[in-house]
Design a protein around this ligand. Structure first.
Ligand code: FAD
Length: 502
């Protein structure tokens, strides 16, 4: 995947997508595999918006059952199965535990009912039936779990991912099917059939011509509509979600919990060798370009963790935090709530098509629907091909066989087993290409920081093949080191061993 800004001005594209989060990435892949000439730009790095700030779950969404969103849950479970098959290196099953406590907003019988429904909605796509958990079993498995009134629980299965890597992998796959992609290119003006853009790296201006333009800018959708002269909005009512990361607390399962203050559902999840806690859900007051994490948001999340687990975690245990905006559709008059994770497509008078809402899990389905509309508007007849399309890093052989064989092979490049396995789990079929750089530069086999698995060689590979332009592109989205290593060590000499030309 190369950044060729000049190629964006080359002729007329069938489809230009604004926004390289998971929504835009999904459409780029769908449209490119149908044979459309596709371009995609993002004003920052790919996945630098909401698509790197999710809870990392590929899930049906047990809590959406409370709102009666049965069709959405069923569809999301279908997509969960597809992703486990199409991206086995990035999406993995995850067991989740729900502790039942006396006096909770959601009583045990309601959880049980919800899980029965969740199993039924999954049907053939179920990963594992939900299981009741006795108090003794909970104590044995999770000695630190000690909320007041705990009397039992249940477990069920969903899946987990690394969101920004999955987004970049979808884009990488689109590029192999001919899509022209560039990060750091910002749409600044819209006229029917053309978009004026600025190269935020090189500094120049360019015009990109396209028969159809799709606005897939997530929380920026209303702002881009206004660029196109559409003042009918706002169509979105974004809500803000904050997560924090603390050291690994030894949890081998994720937890679905109710906040002791307001009864909201939140998660405590094992992720990348850390414990991820989130999320808050508040109406967004700041725009997507001015997001920050407030101390009271961290306190709110720590309160939930400490209500359930011992030893408690304090401010000094927080290794990192991040915030994202859910690009939720604003309820129309007479509609029940804006909480829905449904997505919507709408057209501006100028012909700009916009897509917003939805969830990460259902990006492929959203892309299918959006591309169907685009293809029809262009007078084409091309069917969706992404249902069973493996992403670029997905191996042809069964995942476990591939992972064991390749982990052993990579050790021939001088990597220890942990490092080899780390590359296989992050890059899948492309792991040998990453390790191949070590044949000429064995010193790059070093870890970036001693207690994390990320290797120096990854930064070289990411600059050459994953369009990492700035240090943060590698630190925050292609690895996640910058999320929990905010200390200066990351910005010092280790990274300067990666000259751009390496
Ligand atoms: C806290 C939180 C937790 C979540 N957890 C989950 C979860 O566990 N599972 C799940 O399925 N879903 C989850 N979601 C939902 C999911 O993350 C989002 O639905 C999804 O990431 C939205 O992607 P997007 O591409 O629409 O938007 P974004 O990822 O925000 O992408 C929009 C892109 O547009 C670019 N852009 C903006 N303006 C311009 C311009 N003028 N020119 C060019 N580019 C531009 C931005 O730079 C950005 O990269 C969560 C959301 C939040 C906020």
């Amino acid at each position: 995947m190369q950044r060729h800004v000049d190629a964006l001005s080359d002729g007329t594209f069938d489809l230009l997508i604004l926004g390289g989060g998971i929504t835009g990435a999904g459409v780029a892949l769908d449209a490119a595999t149908r044979g459309l000439r596709v371009a995609l730009i993002d004003k920052g790095d790919f996945a630098s918006g909401t698509s790197s700030a999710s809870s990392k779950l590929i899930h049906g969404g047990l809590r959406y059952l409370e709102h009666g969103d049965f069709a959405l849950v069923h569809e999301a479970m279908e997509e969960r199965r597809r992703l486990l098959h199409n991206a086995p290196h990035l999406v993995r099953p995850l067991r989740l535990v729900i502790p039942f406590c006396a006096g909770d907003r959601v009583p045990a019988w309601k959880w049980r009912l919800g899980l029965t429904l969740y199993d039924a909605l999954a049907g053939r796509d179920n990963l594992r039936r939900s299981q009741p958990l006795k108090l003794t079993q909970l104590h044995r498995e999770f000695p630190g779990l000690q909320p007041a009134g705990l009397h039992g629980g249940a477990s069920f299965s969903d899946a987990q991912m690394d969101d920004s890597r999955l987004c970049i992998e979808v884009l990488q796959t689109a590029a192999t099917h001919g899509a022209v992609l560039a990060n750091y290119v910002e749409a600044v003006a819209f006229e029917p059939g053309r978009v004026r853009a600025v190269d935020n790296v090189g500094g120049g201006e360019l015009t990109i011509r396209a028969r159809q333009v799709l606005n897939a800018t997530g929380p920026w959708v209303d702002a881009v509509c206004r660029l196109a002269g559409d003042t009918q909005g706002p169509r979105l009512q974004p809500t803000k979600g904050v997560h924090i990361l603390i050291r690994d607390t030894g949890l081998h399962s994720g937890f679905v919990l109710l906040h002791p203050d307001d009864g909201r559902v939140l998660f405590v999840l094992p992720w990348l060798g850390k414990t991820l806690i989130g999320t808050t859900d508040t109406l967004a007051v700041a725009g997507p370009d001015a997001l920050g994490v407030q101390p009271e948001e961290i306190v709110y999340l720590l309160e939930a963790y400490n209500h359930y687990f011992t030893p408690p975690a304090g401010m000094s245990d927080v290794m990192g935090s991040f915030a994202g905006l859910r690009p939720l559709i604003r309820a129309r008059p007479g509609e029940p709530s804006s909480l829905s994770r449904e997505f919507r497509l709408f057209e501006s008078p100028s012909g700009l098509l916009s897509i917003a809402g939805g969830k990460f899990t259902t990006y492929r389905r959203m892309a299918e629907v959006a591309t169907d509309v685009v293809v029809k508007r262009l007078g084409m007849h091309r069917r969706c091909r992404t249902h069973d399309l493996p992403l670029d890093g997905a191996p042809a052989e069964p995942w476990l066989t591939f992972a064991a064989r390749t982990t052993a092979e990579l050790q021939e490049h001088g990597l220890d087993e942990a490092a080899a396995s780390h590359l296989v789990n992050r890059y899948g079929r492309r792991a040998p290409d990453v390790a191949g750089y070590l044949d000429h530069a064995p010193h790059l086999a070093q870890r970036v920081v001693p207690d994390e698995l990320d290797l120096n060689v990854e930064f070289v590979y990411q600059r050459k093949h994953e369009m990492a332009v700035r240090d943060d592109d590698s630190l925050l989205r292609r690895t996640r080191l910058g999320l929990f290593r905010t200390d200066a060590t990351l910005r010092r000499p280790q990274l300067s061993v990666f000259p751009r030309s390496a």
